[in-house]
Design a protein around this ligand. Structure first.
Ligand SMILES: NC(=O)c1ccc[n+]([C@@H]2O[C@H](COP(=O)([O-])OP(=O)(O)OC[C@H]3O[C@@H](n4cnc5c(N)ncnc54)[C@H](OP(=O)(O)O)[C@@H]3O)[C@@H](O)[C@H]2O)c1
Length: 291
């Protein structure tokens, strides 16, 4: 593998929440980066992927493209499968054949998220825990991971949870928007997990690449929270005045099931030199006071 400074980077899903963060960071650092959005390259088309990879000849591909609409995946299953299973298979095949490093993102939603796992795995699910997704989106992401592993190329699969960044719509932007529209908000208080901020994802992924880490690894901020406590902290830090009411999942039915326990065990990540793991509250404060 070349030194990071000499590498040619290709970022897929470059107009998404994480993709934009990646392209901005690499451009800021003067790296040789090609950011491709869906209109530049549909990653589900094998011939197009091959052609573009042959033209650009990247040393590393960062795949931020995915089908991410959790509830809609229940009804748009074929489209979700194409983007989350079939396309990673193509990327795995093309990168393995060409000797290119592939970084792929997955999700906490691959895990069953059972209530009792909160007590059995208080530090979160370890990388080795057997996935058993509770919804269609999680199933497609899990099968997509396996497509990549099956190709035996140089890859790292990074599972993140509750992703938030300045370029996308996410829980923080939704809460702030709703607080501007209503006096009172009801937020689920029995689903646990940990927010992950896109800036930290980019920083920590670069540390993983620099240290030549391969395989599967979990990445989030430090700590654990519920959506309700996360919302409370968003409103406290931003000085937003809204009445917030905690509710159980049963009072907020959604088309797709949600895991009750979504924390990822990030102790492997913490052992990698150069990583930055801050408590989620600190990351949130940085995020809200910067944007
Ligand atoms: N968001 C979360 O809370 C969360 C949580 C855990 C894990 N993750 C994972 O983290 C990664 C990044 O998520 P994100 O929030 O940045 O997602 P995002 O904002 O939805 O971005 C995904 C991007 O992929 C593009 N895309 C979709 N189909 C494509 C195709 N066939 N060819 C090329 N591009 C395509 C989309 O383009 P269009 O907009 O044109 O469709 C979009 O720009 C994903 O792997 C996701 O599964 C996300």
């Amino acid at each position: 593998m070349k030194r990071m400074k000499d590498m040619k980077w290709m970022v897929l899903g470059a107009s998404g929440q994480l993709g934009q963060e990646w392209v901005m960071a690499l451009e800021r650092d003067g790296e040789d980066v090609y950011g491709l959005s869906r209109k530049d390259l549909d990653i589900a088309r094998m011939d197009d992927v091959k052609r573009v990879v042959e033209e650009i000849k990247p040393d590393i591909i960062i795949n931020c493209a995915a089908y991410t609409k959790v509830d809609q995946a229940e009804v748009e299953i074929e489209l979700a499968e194409e983007i989350n299973i079939h396309a990673p298979g193509i990327l795995g095949r093309v990168t393995a054949a060409a000797g290119i490093m592939l970084v792929h993102y997955s999700t906490d939603y691959v895990f069953p998220g059972l209530e009792e796992h909160r007590h059995q795995y208080p530090d979160g699910y370890p990388e080795s825990f057997p996935p058993d997704p509770v919804n269609a989106y999680g199933s497609t992401k899990w099968l997509g991971e396996q497509q990549i592993r099956a190709q035996n190329g140089n890859h790292v699969i990074i599972r993140v949870s509750w992703l938030c960044g300045r370029y996308g719509s996410n829980f923080i932007s939704t809460m702030l928007r709703l607080a501007g529209e209503r006096d009172r908000l009801r937020v689920v208080n029995d689903q646990y997990g940990c927010p992950t901020f896109t800036e930290a994802v980019v920083h920590n992924t670069r540390a993983l690449i620099e240290n030549n880490i391969k395989g599967t690894i979990h990445l989030s901020s430090g700590g654990v929270t519920t959506w309700y406590d996360f919302a409370r902290e968003i409103f406290r830090i931003s000085g937003t005045n809204v009445i917030l009411e905690p509710i159980p999942t049963s009072e907020y039915p959604t088309p797709a099931n949600r895991p009750k326990w979504s924390r990822l065990d990030i102790r492997q990540l913490a052992g990698v030199p150069g990583t930055r793991i801050l408590p989620w509250q600190e990351e949130l404060e940085r995020f809200l006071t910067r944007t």
